[in-house]
Design a binder for this molecule. Structure first.
Ligand code: NOJ
Length: 584
């Protein structure tokens, strides 16, 4: 009965598709659909520090965000994910939290936050908070206390290695100039663990008191009415506190080792039960894990989380064993297709995926996966948007990508802010490495490329601030900005809005079975989506040259649903960076 009702609900016609579009509907292969708001949502990620400044201090803030809610509404998205807004000394831009129940002073006050939350809700937009539970700031009261003495009640809130046992077993840090995840604390004569920066001590989840404090804090935000959480580095929370040497199978892959803690799933189940309770929220893990492992996180029968985002594809195109150094040959599209297809298959029966091509930890989508050369920036941005909004997974779309914002490509170390870049620069310098080559690579891969201020209009600093922006604005702001693009019906922005609408109006794009076509084609990505007799074909050319797809399908009667060229191709021969969605 339930499935029949859902079929009726899902029988909305495709935009631009005539009733003749599918004369012989193929038998539906789609499994029964378990509808959830967070599966149907398009999530728009906002990096608050760079969205809109209201007081001229050069840093985005909540009052600024409040003034831009109608813009977010105009995009048609269903939810926003806000990067951390909690009190923080900002060693890692908010991922080092000094008070989980306060708002970062640069961003405003709790009253401002409440207004923003209400403002989004008034516009029927849900709000996902960033939840940083693996570590806090060394300025957090817990750590300030803990580091005083071994008998302090907060000492066990963190992981320590007593110096009398000698040097601790090697653990690598993401953001340390010596790549060392242990820092010595003279007062306690012991080392504390920090998988990230020295100012981000890892919380000791093995201590039930810590878990209780965190669950309590989560309930505080749920009581305010937030609609879900993106769980930062969540797979790292459980540790073998005997700190054995890293097992051989994880050689060079310490991130994967960190994600395999002995009590991870037990703790997440406990958090789900005790903190999330029965709230109808979205929870998404940042999870550096294998498919099998991700499945455990999101299998609804296990009551852990709803979604996870993986790193398998995002690492393509970099040289092995070097920090984010771009491979001059670019990335392997066949491999990228294989990865996305494998992750789709994993969630075919249960569980649910995510899809993203950019976020605050990645460079700009168009620079990395398309081309930001003047002639291709718009076309390839639209092509990538077509990909994100036509996959069977919840799209996490990063702010500014809807404008086709591209990498800032800073020349000098001083132009960067990011702790990841700076500590890795130091590592290269200490080893006597090639710093010029390092900075060249960073023009492509650094996180600051995507953290530059949002480009609202052609006024100074792109309308982001009247002061000096905390990070330089991309010099292309006079032409790449909201004001220009809102007026241009053919803009990247208006294409994004159209595709969001299309996804929302066509459940086949959300729930339809995905099947990869022409897998070995090195230039194109093609797939069908199918639900209840409706079938669409997505054709994407990832290259700056013509390319043809072997679909093996009769396209004679195919209808155009969307495309990034004025006259979209109907026969599988694609122009540079062409994207087309056809109804079959
Ligand atoms: C992942 C976050 O996305 C990143 O920005 C941050 O630096 C680390 N986790 C540490 O919290």
């Amino acid at each position: 009965m339930r499935t029949r009702v859902l079929s009726l609900l899902l029988a909305t016609p495709l935009l631009g598709c005539s009733p003749k579009a599918s004369p012989t509907p193929a038998p539906s292969a789609a499994p029964a659909v378990d509808r959830k708001w967070w599966k149907e949502a398009v999530v728009y990620q906002i990096y608050p520090r760079s969205f809109q400044d209201s007081d001229g201090d050069g840093i985005g803030d909540l009052k600024g965000m409040l003034s831009r809610l109608d813009y977010v509404k105009s995009l048609g998205v269903d939810a926003v994910w806000l990067n951390p807004v909690y009190a923080s000394p900002n060693q890692d831009n908010g991922y080092d939290i000094s008070d989980y129940r306060k708002i970062m002073k640069e961003f405003g006050t709790m009253e401002d936050f409440d207004r923003v939350l209400q403002g989004f809700h008034d516009r029927h937009i849900k709000v996902l908070m960033d939840l940083v539970l693996n570590h806090c700031s060394d300025q957090h009261e817990w750590f300030v206390q803990a580091r005083q003495s071994r008998t302090n009640p907060y000492y066990d809130y963190f992981h320590w290695w007593p110096a009398e046992k000698g040097k601790p077993p090697a653990r690598w840090s993401h953001f340390d100039e010596n790549a060392d995840a242990w820092a010595f604390n003279p007062k306690t004569n012991s080392y504390y663990l920090h998988y990230f920066a020295k100012g981000q001590p890892d919380l000791n989840w093995e201590n039930p008191k810590v878990r209780r404090e965190l669950y309590d804090m989560i309930r505080f935000w749920l009581d305010k009415g937030v609609d879900g959480f993106r769980l930062d580095a969540i797979a790292y929370i459980s540790k073998d506190t005997s700190f054995p040497p890293l097992p051989a199978e994880f050689a060079g892959q310490w991130s994967k080792y960190y994600a395999n803690g002995p009590h991870l799933h037990e703790y997440i189940q406990e958090m789900s039960r005790e903190a999330f309770g029965t709230h109808d929220i979205a929870t998404v893990a940042e999870a550096f894990v294998s498919i099998e492992h991700a499945m455990k996180l999101v299998d609804p029968d296990r009551h852990e989380l709803n979604m996870a985002y993986h790193f398998d594809a995002i690492g393509l195109g970099y040289l092995p064993n070097e920090y984010k150094m771009p491979d001059p040959r670019g990335y392997d599209l066949v491999e990228m297709k294989r990865i996305y297809t494998e992750w789709d298959e994993a969630f075919e029966e249960k569980g649910w995926g995510t899809v993203y091509l950019g976020n605050h930890d990645q460079p700009r989508m168009v620079t990395r996966w398309g081309s930001d050369a003047a002639e291709w920036r718009e076309l390839s941005s639209k092509m990538l948007t077509t990909f994100l909004l036509s996959m069977r997974a919840t799209p996490y779309y990063y702010f500014g990508d809807e404008l086709g914002m591209s990498n800032a490509r800073f020349e000098r170390l001083e132009d960067y802010d990011d702790i990841e870049l700076k500590t890795n620069y130091e590592q290269v310098r200490k080893k006597g490495g090639d710093l010029k080559r390092f900075l060249e690579g960073m023009k492509i891969s650094s996180r600051d490329n995507s953290r530059t201020p949002f480009q609202w209009d052609a006024s100074p600093n792109g309308g982001f601030t009247t002061g000096k922006p905390w990070l330089k604005v991309n010099p292309n702001f006079p032409t790449v900005n909201v004001a220009v693009e809102e007026k241009d019906p053919g803009s990247v922005l208006n294409y994004f809005k159209k595709l969001v609408r299309l996804r929302k109006d066509n459940p086949v794009l959300v729930y339809g079975r995905y099947a990869l076509l022409d897998a070995a084609n090195p230039d194109t990505y093609a797939y069908t989506r199918e639900l209840d007799g409706k079938r669409v074909l997505v054709l994407l050319n990832f290259r700056a040259k013509d390319a043809a797809v072997k679909t093996g399908l009769d396209l004679a009667r195919a209808t155009v649903i969307a495309g990034n060229y004025p006259e979209p191709s109907r026969d599988g021969s694609l122009r540079p960076y062409e994207a087309v969605i056809l109804g079959l």
